[in-house]
Design a protein around this ligand. Structure first.
Ligand SMILES: *Cc1c(COP(=O)(O)O)cnc(C)c1O
Length: 380
């Protein structure tokens, strides 16, 4: 069986975890957490980065820092993972779902402005598959309406939009280092803070409401409880695993891109024959090969495709059930305007195995199967 995902492992992880253990510092904010934070700051030109326990808690932190009042509204796509929405629910916001564009599966920036009301406070831009949303337009709308922008860049680590790293463009950016993402620490994530006015508040929020970070820097002589907080520090053991990955970030990225490009080249012919739709990457965007998907004709064909691949020992998966039609989505939100693409396009999409170290022979087997599935279809 060729599985859908294998967590990234480059070989130095155990050495670094051992080092963390030998450092006698296994809680948060030790050597490896600091190394990861600085690496991300330097590489992505980010003002400040804080590792978190997950992409979800990075989103939670971002939403708390946006300082919403109950009843305020947050604009987001319905085609996303539950974490995007649940962070907004945490702060009492009403969810306003906006349709996606079919080419990138990202929020349709041309439909955002009409969804803004007096209560709108935040736009969450989800960079699906590591391909950027149309950020110039989104930032311009936010500026004109005095809204905050949170980038859900869980899938977008190492991607750029017009030369800028995803996560560093809005007010806050959120990364995930879950085992299904390009770089991993098991469970983990990071918050990118793009406005230094939020640095101290974020540190306090992350450190159980205390000013401990300031204390460790010697800026206060004792630390105390100063505000609302929670616990968002990952363990050094997890950060050590991530550090091994970040050191090899380019190698991982190139390996993934090789697989992505091989899939794309092989299936171009299917797109030319109008049998499938392939991902598209707008000009000015550089992606990180987080995901390779094809879009079948419809739900029926996708169901047959997944069964066919499974019968041939290849695991392929679909996602997401649009949030506005999920039980919690109905409870916490509403869809603005017409659902032209969200449901229809989500029902067509299927993801192929793509992970660091995917063997060429496995990739070739997958490619041959997909081509076979569609050639058999043509003969009927
Ligand atoms: C993975 C993911 C998250 C959540 O990240 P976790 O680290 O699993 O909590 C949030 N949003 C999107 C779009 C994701 O893909």
């Amino acid at each position: 069986m060729i599985g859908f995902n294998v967590p990234p492992y480059v070989g130095t992880e155990f050495e670094y975890i051992r080092k963390a253990v030998e450092n006698r510092k296994i809680c948060g904010d030790g050597e490896f957490t600091k190394k990861c934070n600085s690496w991300i700051e330097d590489r992505f030109h980010a003002q400040k980065v804080l590792l978190t326990t997950s992409g979800t808690t990075a989103l939670d932190m971002a939403m708390i820092l946006c300082d919403l009042k109950p009843g305020d509204e947050v604009i987001l796509p319905s085609y996303t993972f539950s974490s995007t929405a649940t962070a907004a629910v945490l702060v009492g916001a009403k969810l306003v779902f906006v349709d996606i564009r079919p080419d990138t599966m990202n929020i349709d920036e041309t439909k955002i402005e009409a969804a803004i009301t007096r209560k709108t406070r935040v736009i969450i831009a989800v960079h699906y598959a590591g391909v950027a949303c149309e950020m110039d337009t989104i930032m311009d709308i936010a500026r004109r309406h005095n809204l905050k922008v949170v980038e859900d860049a869980a899938q977008g680590v190492m991607s750029t939009y017009k030369g800028r790293a995803l996560g560093t463009i809005g007010d806050f950016g959120c990364y995930s280092f879950h085992e299904t993402k390009n770089y991993s620490m098991g469970e983990g994530g990071a918050l990118v803070i793009n406005n230094s006015a939020y640095n101290e508040k974020a540190e306090i929020l992350r450190e159980k409401g205390t000013n401990r970070a300031k204390f460790f820097r010697g800026q206060v002589d004792k630390y105390t409880w100063v505000d609302f907080g929670d616990s968002y520090l990952p363990s050094e053991l997890n950060a050590a695993y991530l550090w091994a990955q970040l050191e090899k970030a380019d190698m991982i990225n190139e390996d993934r891109l090789d697989s992505w490009n091989a899939y794309y080249a092989a299936f171009k012919v299917l797109q030319e024959e109008n049998l499938v739709k392939l991902p598209s990457v707008p000009e000015g965007c550089i992606h990180n090969a987080h995901m390779f998907y094809i879009k079948c004709k419809d739900l029926n064909e996708r169901t047959r495709f997944i069964a066919y691949m499974k019968a041939n020992d290849v695991q392929t998966v679909f996602h997401y059930i649009p949030l506005h039609s999920a039980p919690a989505g109905l409870k916490f939100g509403r869809f603005f305007g017409e659902d032209i693409f969200t449901t229809k396009e989500s029902e067509r999409l299927v993801r192929l195995p793509l992970y660091y170290g995917l063997k060429e022979e496995d990739r070739n087997k997958i490619i041959a199967l997909v081509l076979k599935f569609y050639s058999q279809k043509g003969e009927k």
